[in-house]
Design a protein around this ligand. Sequence first.
Ligand SMILES: Nc1ncnc2c1ncn2[C@@H]1O[C@H](COP(=O)(O)OP(=O)(O)O)[C@@H](O)[C@H]1O
Ligand SMILES: [Mg+2]
Length: 279
Amino acid sequence: MNAILELAGLTVRIDGPEPRTLVHGVDVAIAPGERLGVIGESGSGKSLTALAVLGLLPHPLVAGGSARVRADAGSSPIEIVGTPSRRLDRVRGTTVGAVFQEPLASLDPLMRIGRQLAWPLQHHRGLRGEALRRAVLDALADVQLAQPERIARSYIHEISGGQRQRVAIALALAAGPRLLIADEPTTALDVTVQAGILDLLQREVSERGMSLLFISHDLPVLAGIADHVLVMKDGRQMEQGPTTQILGAPAQPYTAQLVTASRRLDDFLPAGPATGADA
Ligand SMILES: Nc1ncnc2c1ncn2[C@@H]1O[C@H](COP(=O)(O)OP(=O)(O)O)[C@@H](O)[C@H]1O
Ligand SMILES: [Mg+2]
């Protein structure tokens, strides 16, 4: 299979005098156009797995095993584990884009939004002048921001949380990645804003034929977007498979618990995305 992403025994551990393993070996592959959802309670190792794939683990955390990313269908995969971060600049953005829970994590407070977006469009797509200006406004309109001109001139503190996450998504998409990693992209947002962002992600992913690695602690949200699911608990992979199979007939008691708990929520909540707090 020409997987876009292939994890084989991927581990994350704390290096140093008292080494400790935080992620104990994840094995999963994402095919072109596939949407993998990673579900698990807070602290189960979801974000560390995503950061390892991006080559962005903070010191003293180190990855082990293998995480291979394929830049395009014909090329041989690039090994992320063990490759120095600076050599991964080309992979991040062009091949793999990322959106995090907190949009401010990927946005610069001191630079106008238009200039932040211009950078990847200029570097990865070679745009200049009027073509670049148009591309910036198109990128903002694509993520359904009304008044793209005004947003482009704004600083990040001048717009709302939902608008910031739309800008962060536009930034992640600007270089045309083949795989988008979205780590709890709606968890920090108001319920009313969440559904709009999920719709946007879903539409962008299918229109661009991208693959998606979508991380959430919220089962109903994940079930709505993922065609495959990977269940994690305490840094371990519990089970994986097609969403309908894993949620319809879980093999693991832990997954069954997650399913039952979210059904119970359905009885209490009005229709719409469920909310939850996650660290
Ligand atoms: N920089 C760090 N140093 C030490 N432990 C960490 C660090 N980052 C995360 N952890 C621990 O690793 C575990 C997994 O974290 P994480 O991947 O962020 O979980 P989540 O599934 O909520 O995204 C947690 O127990 C967390 O406390
Ligand atoms: Mg997390």
